[in-house]
Every structure is written in structure tokens, then in C-alpha cells.
Design a protein around this ligand. Structure first.
Ligand SMILES: NC(=O)c1ccc[n+]([C@@H]2O[C@H](COP(=O)([O-])OP(=O)(O)OC[C@H]3O[C@@H](n4cnc5c(N)ncnc54)[C@H](OP(=O)(O)O)[C@@H]3O)[C@@H](O)[C@H]2O)c1
Length: 339
């Protein structure tokens, strides 16, 4: 019986904030499997900020939106991938996907399918968050680039999101004082009262420079930047000598046209005077070490030192709304769509 797959395609390239006419839900009938192929059925799908950024360079109009999902193998012509196996697949916004298991990596460099990490008692979607790409991003982006030491002050922006909420908790585990910025009072309450951040500040109701002076009177040693733009420059002004900045994301700029980014004088003087180190990264730099991060974070979760939250949207047909919601800040923790 041929399988009908649903998929979301890029109908028009985004221009500013994504809108309904940019994304279209279509159906397609999938062909018979060939040797080396599997049929994957989506259980949970991820919506991530990078989809907004990379759509322009990596997709043509009509292409399926890129992205990861946890899928179940429902038909297989690959002996290593039996029916029933759960995989993390980089197959885009699709309910069903035929995957050639020998296919090369996706645009971020992750393999097209990998076995899901078993997480007894937890939903499979943790493979899209704490035990997935955002988890590896938080772990390596903080520990490798910021190298936080006990007693240091760490600032993180988008602090109640998938990556930021983990960064703050890992910094706490390493003995740092942690200051998180997030966009609602509820998010701030969660990261302070439940996740143990020392300070949680709503950047929409407080001035960032002033609130940071109050929370970190002796300056900032590490900044994990998820936001970019003016936010970054404001924190840079309060960095201590030899401070480290891990440039993870620039979500405040993702809806801007990249060819038309605001120009201004880069505050290089701040880097020079305080001898700061600032480095951008893509989490796949440490792809071969991701299992190491997942092992340690799973152990921290078991010990109750690391918590995660998901904001789930029900229904594949609501992928678009989940994506818009994540970009505007509706999510606390990882934004996930359950089929
Ligand atoms: N370099 C890498 O390899 C890599 C990998 C994964 C993610 N990232 C980046 O890391 C960042 C966080 O990703 P995530 O997956 O964890 O997403 P997320 O934080 O779960 O969701 C995005 C959050 O960004 C915040 N936001 C939106 N517009 C903003 C603005 N103008 N200023 C400040 N905050 C804004 C919103 O929270 P508020 O309510 O707090 O505004 C929203 O919930 C993104 O920039 C992403 O591109 C990078």
C-alpha cells in the first residue's frame, strides 16, 4: 500500500517575520523502498531558530523545510535499521520520509539518521533537546569556548530557551554565578526558582546595562550569546579582563535581511582593552564528542542537577505555528511538535 506523506515546503523565501504564505503543507505519494532504504514515520519534530537563517541559503522555493525529528522505522530494507527502531533523522518537516541510510550528512554536518539515545522514563523528544543538538550546543559552546571556572560570573541570553536554560544550569554545576536574561516574568521565575540561576532578568521590562551592573557589580567573565545585536555590545561593555564570549546565536537579527544588516562601528576597542576572546561556533564542530555530552547530561538529570522543559504543539499541521511561536518567544525550554 503506497504511503502518503505530508510535508511543509518553502513556498516563498522569508522576507522579515515568516508568514503563512511562505510555508505550504503538501502531500506526496512515496515510492517503493529500494535496498538500503528505510521508511521513517515522524513521532516528534523540532522547530529551531536556524531554520529561519538557513532557509535563504540552503533552500529553493518548493523545497521541504529542513529539520530534525525522532522517527520510527515502519518499513526497512536496511538490516541495521529494523522496523520499530527509533532514529533521529535530519529529514525535514515530513510525516514520512524515505531515507537512504548511506546518504551523506545534512547541511549542518549531522548524519542523516542516528539511533535515538535511550532515555528511560523520558519522552523520545528529549533527543531533539537536552540529549540532542541543543544539548550539545549548550555543553560544548559553554565548556569549550567559555571554559568557566568556579566563582566566575556567567551571563546567558535567551536563557529560558532550549540552549540557554541548559547553559545556565551547566554553569551552576561548574560553580559559577549565573545571570540569565529572558523575555517574560514567568520564564524568569522558572530559571531562578526551578533551575537555580542566581539572577533572572526580563530584558523586555528592565534596561540590560543597568540591570547587569546591579547583578554583576564586579563585571562579567563569560557571556554565552544567543541573541547578538545591541544585547551583545551591552554585555561586552561589562566584561572583565580576559573575559570569554561564546557566540552561539544572533536571534535578534534573524528576521533582518542578511544583505542589509545594520552597519555600525564594531566595538573592537572593548576586546583590545580587556583582552577578550570571542568565538563563534556551530555545534557540529564537536559532533564526534556529542555522546560524551549526552552521557554527562543524562547523569546530571538523574542526579536532579539538570532539568529540562518542553513546549509542545500537537499536530503536524501546526508546525508553522510552532515555528512562529518559537521565533517570537512563546516557548519555555525546547519547542517541539508531537505528531
Ligand atoms: N551555533 C550553533 O551551533 C547553534 C545551535 C543551536 C542554537 N543556536 C542558536 O542559539 C540560540 C537559541 O536557540 P534555541 O534553539 O535554544 O532557541 P530557544 O532559545 O528555545 O528559542 C528562541 C528564543 O529566542 C528568544 N528571542 C527571540 N527573539 C529575540 C530577541 N529579539 N531578543 C532576545 N531574545 C529573543 C525568545 O525567548 P525570549 O522570550 O527570552 O525573548 C525565544 O524563545 C539561537 O540564536 C540559535 O540560532 C546555535
Amino acid at each position: 500500500m503506497p504511503v502518503k506523506a505530508k510535508k511543509w515546503i518553502l513556498a516563498h523565501h522569508f522576507d522579515g517575520v515568516p508568514k503563512d504564505s511562505d510555508l505550504e503543507l503538501v502531500e506526496e505519494e512515496l515510492p517503493e523502498l529500494q535496498d538500503g532504504e528505510i521508511l521513517l514515520e515522524a513521532q516528534a519534530l523540532s522547530v529551531d531558530p536556524y531554520m529561519r537563517v538557513f532557509a535563504r541559503s540552503a533552500l529553493k522555493e518548493g523545497d521541504t523545510i529542513m529539520g530534525s525529528q525522532v522517527g520510527k522505522v515502519i518499513e526497512s530494507k536496511s538490516p541495521q535499521h529494523p522496523v520499530g527502531m527509533m532514529l533521529v533523522g535530519s529529514v525535514g518537516w515530513r510525516t514520512h520520509a524515505i531515507v537512504n541510510v548511506n546518504q551523506g550528512p545534512d547541511l549542518l554536518g549531522t548524519p542523516i539518521v542516528v539511533p535515538a539515545t535511550p532515555a528511560p522514563g523520558l519522552p523520545v523528544s528529549v533527543n531533539l533537546g537536552v540529549l540532542g543538538m541543543p544539548g550539545a550546543t549548550a555543553y560544548f559552546g559553554l565548556l569549550e569556548l567559555c571554559q568557566p571556572k568556579a566563582g566566575e560570573v556567567v551571563v546567558v541570553s535567551a536563557a529560558a530557551g532550549a540552549v540557554g536554560s541548559l547553559v545556565g544550569q551547566i554553569a551552576k554545576i561548574k560553580g559559577c554565578t549565573v545571570i540569565g536574561y529572558a523575555g517574560t516574568d514567568e520564564k524568569c521565575k522558572w530559571i531562578k526558582e526551578e533551575l537555580g540561576f542566581d539572577h533572572a532578568i526580563n530584558y523586555k521590562t528592565r534596561d540590560v546595562a543597568e540591570s547587569l551592573k546591579e547583578a554583576a557589580p564586579d563585571g562579567v567573565d563569560c557571556y554565552f550569546d544567543n541573541v547578538g545585536g545591541d544585547f551583545l555590545y551591552t554585555v561586552m561593555r561589562q566584561m572583565n579582563k580576559y573575559g570569554r564570549i561564546s557566540v552561539c546565536g544572533a536571534i535578534s537579527q534573524y528576521n533582518d535581511n542578511l544583505d542589509n544588516q545594520k552597519s555600525g562601528v564594531f566595538p573592537g576597542i572593548l576586546l583590545i582593552v580587556n583582552e577578550l576572546r570571542m568565538e563563534g561556533f556551530i555545534s557540529t564542530r564537536w559532533l564526534s564528542r556529542w555522546p560524551e555530552a549526552f552521557k554527562e547530561m543524562a547523569a546530571w538529570m538523574k542526579e536532579g542537577k539538570l532539568k529540562y522543559r518542553e513546549t509542545t504543539t500537537k499536530g503536524f499541521e501546526n508546525m508553522r505555528e510552532a515555528f512562529y511561536g518559537m521565533l517570537r518567544g512563546d516557548n519555555t525550554g525546547k519547542a517541539v511538535v508531537n505528531v
